[in-house]
Ligand binder design. Structure first.
Ligand code: GLN
Length: 490
């Protein structure tokens, strides 16, 4: 049996029926990580001992006939989540030797649900990037074509799950970092409503945008894992006290009558024609299955990239000020004085993209430019949120592409940050408005004889996660794009 291609739901059923043990499962995945992991560079840390310990504990629980739908299931965490006693780098030299003294809430909740931790996934430095090329630990490769990027910033999580090195992974999404890598690696990824998942112990990039979520191989798996990480947390003041539905149990909803908003701004000149064909194909399928396609407009959406690249750097410049070599982070050798200590520690600890964001953020927040940039961006952010609110008075879900292109070649965009930033043109709006959004596989385009995955994006109203997951699940019951595994990873 190919244990690594089973879904989380299938793994849970097999574990419960004792067809295989959690220990066997952990050893199987650890073996694959050893074989396939180094070339992909998907992991910063492999926690083999911890995985075996978790698996033995899960087997004990299962042996008593207890445990839930995630007991014994092997997962990885993006290295942005603090894990007690385990290296937590956030993809940066700044935290290159940081061993977290506590678990993030997401980590604690998945642990309490009985998951088995295989390791910590590579990521863009401080989650800043769309290609996983800003990581201090080197770029991650896309299992569909090792010459291409897996997307970012949750690129290690995506590559690990896509290559079947883990059943699922956590990720974070500030401007698209769950959905875009999911799209580029043929996964189902969900970023829930802002406030749905606790940010406690999730290293902050842009606090008003950051949200934890899941990368998995199906909507059903995403539903199980999202429910397990969601819910109110008194340790995060932006966590919202709204009950968490049993997403997996609610997956049956029919498509008939569902109003799908096709926003014209998602089909602009920047969209690759091959991607557009696949996305339109999925929309036709949904229409044939009973959903109604409605044209909508989000007129301020084209402003989302410039707005985001003022707001996110502003917040990051503040959040990252704590890494000063005194309280937190890398400290330079033999500082001459305090100023030298700050300058060299930060100069050595941060990479180029992080420095670019800190400088931009400091600039837009400075007394002379605050009104012209930061305040203006906050106003446009409200306009974008209002566009979505208006659209959701007419439709139930907004649909479109996740990413304007398929996976691109390593190095193709690294010298031009603006081109890189445009990868997130379709995803950033949901973050600015705090809305739940997901990406699911809807076909492939061919480049140089390789199949490259295409993602369909769904955006819902606040706390509309169930609606998105149900729609995705219906689609996945009838299509098999999401079941395809990269060549060599079968
Ligand atoms: N690519 C975007 C950025 O570089 C979004 C990253 C993210 O969602 N963490 O900021």
């Amino acid at each position: 049996m190919d244990l690594h291609t089973l879904s989380v739901a299938e793994l849970a059923a097999g574990l419960k029926a004792r067809r295989f043990s959690s220990l066997e499962l952990a050893l199987h995945f650890l073996g694959r990580i050893e074989r396939l992991g180094p070339d992909l560079n998907a992991f910063i840390t492999v926690t083999a001992d911890r995985a075996l310990e978790d698996a033995r504990a899960a087997d004990e629980v299962l042996g008593r006939g207890e445990g839930g739908s995630l007991t014994g299931v092997p997962i990885v965490h993006k290295d942005i989540f603090c894990t007690d006693g385990i290296l937590t780098t956030c993809g940066s030299r700044m935290l290159g030797s940081f061993v977290a003294p506590y678990d993030a809430t997401v980590v604690a909740r998945w642990k309490a649900a009985g998951t088995v931790l295989l390791g910590k996934a590579n990521m863009d430095e401080f989650a800043m990037g769309s290609s996983n090329e800003t990581s201090y630990f080197g770029p991650v490769r896309n299992p569909w074509d090792p010459g291409r990027v897996p997307g970012g910033s949750s690129g290690g999580s995506a590559a690990a799950v896509a290559a079947c090195l883990a059943a699922a992974a956590s990720g974070t999404d500030t401007g698209g970092s769950i959905r875009q890598p999911a799209a580029l690696t043929n996964l189902t990824g969900i970023k829930p409503t802002y406030g749905r998942v606790s940010r406690y112990g999730m290293i902050a990039f842009a606090s008003s945008l950051d949200q934890g979520g899941v990368l998995a191989r199906s909507a059903e798996d995403a539903a199980l894992l999202l429910a397990a990480m969601s819910g109110f947390d008194p340790r995060d003041s932006t966590s919202v006290d709204v009950p968490v539905p049993d997403y997996a149990a609610g997956l049956g909803a029919p498509l008939e009558g569902l109003r799908l908003g096709v926003a014209r701004e998602f089909f602009d000149a920047g969209l690759d024609p091959g991607i557009e064909r696949r996305v339109r194909g999925a929309l036709e399928w949904l229409e044939a299955a009973g959903a109604r396609l409605v044209d909508v407009s989000l007129p301020n959406l084209p402003l989302s990239v410039p707005t985001y690249y003022v707001v996110a750097p502003a917040e990051c410049s503040s959040n990252l000020s704590r890494f000063d070599g005194v309280r937190f982070g890398h400290r330079c050798d033999d500082p001459r004085d305090l100023a030298d200590l700050y300058k060299r520690s930060r100069g050595e600890g941060f990479g180029a993209e992080v420095k670019r964001r800190i400088m931009t953020g400091t600039y837009v927040l400075s007394a002379g430019y605050y009104d012209a940039y930061y305040l203006k961006a906050q106003k446009v952010r409200q306009l974008i949120a209002a566009d979505f609110a208006r659209a959701f008075s007419e439709v139930d879900v907004i649909v479109g592409p996740t990413s304007p292109t398929a996976a691109f070649e390593l190095g193709a965009k690294t010298s031009d940050p603006i081109t890189m930033y445009l990868n997130d043109i379709y995803t950033i709006g949901a973050n600015l408005a705090g809305l739940p959004a997901m990406s699911l596989p809807c076909g492939f385009v061919q480049e140089n004889g390789r199949d490259l995955p295409v993602g369909l994006q769904l955006i819902g109203p606040h706390f509309g996660e169930q609606r998105l997951l149900s729609l995705a699940h219906r689609y996945q019951q009838e299509t098999d794009w999401h079941r395809r595994v990269p060549p060599g990873c079968e």
